[in-house]
Design a protein around this ligand. Structure first.
Ligand code: SF4
Length: 211
């Protein structure tokens, strides 16, 4: 199977079977999405969604969080992973937004990456989810599933995966493809034992063909 056919088959299958996909993180503004995405690093969306409602209520805007302290923020997020670091990053992020971006979340990769706690993956999530720009955030699921299916050729780094997926997936599908691959990795093509018997992608999957 050519790479082109594989991509076409996978996109078609997802389009038919998972037409509407959204992030599972709950948020009501770009600022709150950025908080949720920072909190979600090495933590489940479910856990993040438990801590964010009171956190969002206490910190409705970057201005309010900018004058707070990491200790105060920590009290709201202590049940997520790495709460000390994340509390520090959240206050640093809010101060940066107020100081350099007029209290708004900026919409370019370069500006986003200049914010404390925001790496390339988080910046790409913001571009795709908050600003609807073509981007491909690569997390552990996207990385693994792309290699298994054969969308990437035994990619060795998230950056390589990002580059290959952006090259082959038409721009209009990128945002959905990001969610498709994450959800597929989370529920079907799981790390330890992929559920191939439940998977509709077997006709296109390199891993399945080799087993
Ligand atoms: S067939 Fe198996 S390995 Fe391939 S995508 Fe589906 S679950 Fe993953």
């Amino acid at each position: 199977m050519t790479k082109k056919d594989r991509y076409a088959g996978v996109i078609h299958w997802f389009e038919q079977n998972m037409p509407i996909v959204e992030t599972e993180l709950r948020y009501d503004s770009p600022f709150h999405l950025l908080i949720a995405v920072i909190l979600s690093a090495q933590c489940t969306d479910k856990r993040v969604n438990i801590v964010t409602p009171p956190l969002f209520q206490a910190y409705p805007t970057p201005e309010v969080m900018a004058v707070s302290t990491p200790d105060a923020v920590y009290e709201y997020i202590k049940s997520v992973s790495y709460p000390n670091n994340k509390a520090k990053n959240l206050v640093g992020m809010a101060r940066k937004l107020v100081d350099d971006f007029g209290g708004k979340v900026p919409g370019t990769l370069e500006e986003l990456e200049s914010i404390p706690g925001v790496g390339r993956k988080t910046a790409n999530v913001m571009l795709i989810v908050a600003f609807d720009k073509p981007a491909m955030p690569v997390d552990t699921h996207v990385f693994r599933v792309s290699n298994r299916i054969g969308l990437t050729d035994d990619s060795k780094s998230p950056q390589q995966t990002e580059k290959e997926l952006i090259k082959h997936i038409p721009a209009k599908y990128l945002s959905r493809a990001h969610h498709w691959l994450i959800l597929h990795g989370r529920y079907i093509c799981q790390a330890r034992k992929p559920k191939c018997e439940e998977c509709g992608l077997t006709p296109y999957c390199k891993y399945f063909a080799g087993n």
